[in-house]
Design a protein around this ligand. Structure first.
Ligand code: DAU
Length: 337
């Protein structure tokens, strides 16, 4: 199949591009704007692959999207392009609405006009909002609470409206907290791992007792692939790791693995509107034959080792634009802690 993967230079996107190429069954075009977290180093292993093409550009650019669809005779679209970091969405909400809602709208519309036979929207369990107990199913009410999750919910609803209105063959996946190699170090696990390697403080928000369900990136990509090829049009599929942990427990595990003292932990002022818990029921995707295979402890160790062995990947990132961002989000908090 000739597939357009958007955001293919990002964390999940680059793992997905490599996975799809490894099956030797598909032609992949990667459309990525190469914003701050897009990184072509994530794709160096496939840059010369005969079935792979890279196009730099923005999913909000309808003319460009249309020309890519025509030029490469694209049959299916997987939309991994997104603004994804909750803390950044608090600083610049408009950017999130633009990419995650408007950009998704452009892909849907150009895909419909061109007649793609498959469209998958990569979304998030955050659209269900804060869950005190139980597990969200695909039929549950949406209750997003951050500019990020509200924007993703907008993108999901727009995607599903293309099924209802035009019978466009769309599916939506909602993944839980994803971790693994190549993740931009603004996110919890890579931030804490790289800070610990550098013997820097680990800023835990609030009481550190928030809970997340951790999903290895390879399990997430396997779920996306399953839903893309075998999902029912108009349907949503949750992709959860089944590894619910308190943040503080994960932080302690990272310190122990790296042989670093607990004194590096700092409790800092909480994230505004911080959701305490996400949890999803993934039985619907399991019925399609998918199941996560990476145990969390093993996946975390592999990830920690990857960051230890790939300092040349993350050190330039942490010394660039990231510095100003880190100062803005953490500077005062760490001084006050
Ligand atoms: O649930 C899926 C979502 O997971 C994805 O859709 C998002 O794109 C992804 O960013 C992630 O959202 P979270 O807000 O849960 O991830 P984050 O890595 O930012 O934070 C994980 C938890 O760790 C959360 O409870 C906040 C906490 N945290 C995070 C950072 C960056 C800290 O305590 N300190 C930190 O410095």
């Amino acid at each position: 199949m000739r597939i357009l993967v958007t955001g293919g230079a990002g964390f999940i996107g680059s793992h997905l591009v490599r996975r799809l190429l490894a099956s030797s069954q598909h032609q992949i075009v990667n459309l990525d704007a190469l914003r701050y977290s897009g990184n072509l180093n994530n794709l160096s292993a496939v840059s010369g692959h005969p079935a792979y093409t890279f196009v730099q550009g923005d999913i909000c650019d309808a003319e460009l999207v249309a020309s890519v669809l025509h030029e490469h005779r694209i049959e299916g679209i997987i939309n991994c392009a997104a603004e994804t970091h909750v803390d950044r969405s608090i600083l610049e909400p408009g950017t999130f609405a633009r990419t995650d809602v408007m950009g998704t709208g452009v892909l849907l519309e150009e895909g419909r006009r061109f007649g793609v036979t498959r469209f998958l929207q990569v979304s998030t369990d955050e659209v269900y909002g804060n869950l005190e107990s139980g597990f969200a199913t695909e039929d549950d009410r949406l209750a997003p609470r951050s500019p990020y999750s509200a924007s993703k919910a907008g993108g999901d609803l727009l995607t599903l409206s293309y099924w209802t209105t035009y019978r466009s063959p769309v599916v939506v996946t909602r993944g839980s907290n994803t971790y693994g190699p190549n993740q931009y170090p603004e996110k919890f696990i890579p931030l804490f791992v790289t800070n610990a390697i550098e013997h820097q403080l680990l800023p835990l928000y609030g009481d550190g007792r928030q809970r997340r369900d951790w999903l290895a990136v390879e399990d997430h990509c396997a779920g996306i692939e399953q839903a893309f090829f075998h999902g029912e049009p108009g349907n949503i599929y949750n992709i959860g790791g089944g590894n619910e942990r308190e943040n503080i427990a994960v932080a302690e595990q990272i310190l122990t693995s790296l042989n670093k003292p607990r004194s590096l932990l700092r409790f800092v002022t909480d994230r505004p509107g911080h959701d305490r818990r996400y949890a999803i029921d993934s039985r619907k995707l399991r019925r399609l034959g998918w199941a996560p295979v990476v145990p969390f402890e093993e996946g975390l160790s592999t990830t920690i080792r990857w960051y230890q062995e790939h300092e040349s990947w993350w050190r330039p990132i942490k010394s660039g634009e990231f510095r100003a961002y880190y100062e803005q989000v953490y500077g005062k908090r760490l001084q006050q802690a």
